[in-house]
Design a protein. Sequence first.
Length: 381
Amino acid sequence: MSVRATVGTALEVAAIVAVAALVLGAILGQPILFSYVETGSMEPTIDTGDGFVAVPSVLAGSVDEGDVVVYEARELQGGGLTTHRVVGETDEGYITKGDANPFTDQDGPEPPVTDDQIVAHALQIDGTVVVIPALGVGVGAVQDGVLALQSSFAQLVGFGDSLDRQGSGVVLFAVGFVLFALTLVVDDDRKRSTERSRDRPGLLNARTATILLVLAVLVPANAAMLAGNGTQELVVDGDTVAQSPDIVPGDDATWEIGVDNYGLVPIVLVFEGESAGTSVLDEQLTVGPGQAATLSVSATAPEPGEQTALSVTEYRYLHVLPAPVVAALHERHPLLALAAVNAVLVGVTTLVVSRVVGFRTVRVREGGNASLGTRVRRRLD
């Protein structure tokens, strides 16, 4: 294979992976590999529509002043993922601010950002964010195109609009994966060799496609589950408790901690109390796509002049098994619950492939020595 062909194939695969990562990030509510900004709040560091490399918080480590982070806002613009810079730190959490904004997020309704809210860091080299120009613009244009097509089709058959922007992402990912899988598993006879080969060109190996599809499901699913794990902390002030008519200092009391699911997949949350004296009243919670829930925790109310930190560790699992089953497996070991979820995902994916195409080798019409991307472009010209 020539250097030019190798580079072309690498660029095609990289483009598909980038789009798939962006779309899956939107579906799962967790940036995967890449993300982008949709407003000008981070200009001139990151212009509107520009992308950046998103490093999961579990890999990025501690948060320092000057870091650009993606966090789950509670109040800012109605809540949701926000990309801003950390400009300070208090006892309650981090102070964040868009580079183009004259005020911090905490000058408004947004409370200080805690570690459990931070889902990713923007990759920086020597203090400079690594920017991918117009990445979001390109993805948004493709999504808008998919939305327009599906809207026209839905209206034609009388169903009206059925997909939103995230829903179009599902379609976009499916198309991207099909192109990616076909590029890898179709023998397009590009390797020029004088040796006699027993391989038959133009064949689609369903087993190979199944493996690729399983990986395409497992990688983002596990990234969302593992990156979503973390510790939530609620600081209870004794002076505030003393002013409350419903809580008596020194007695057991109950507080609520909010949890969110910004993805399009239902999840099962399992909690463990970390701080001494903290009891979790909910063994597990099931949170639907785009929904929120509250976790009840119990502890001894602090005396005036004292503070009590209630720490709870949160584990996230895709809701592919009954919540009690997930909780029981988690009690044995978190990895056991994670393995069970993955086993279900593998089983369902394999079953779908076996029902649709089986595990036989399928002949694909040959299109010459050009790569799949080249063939698609020729069809469109």
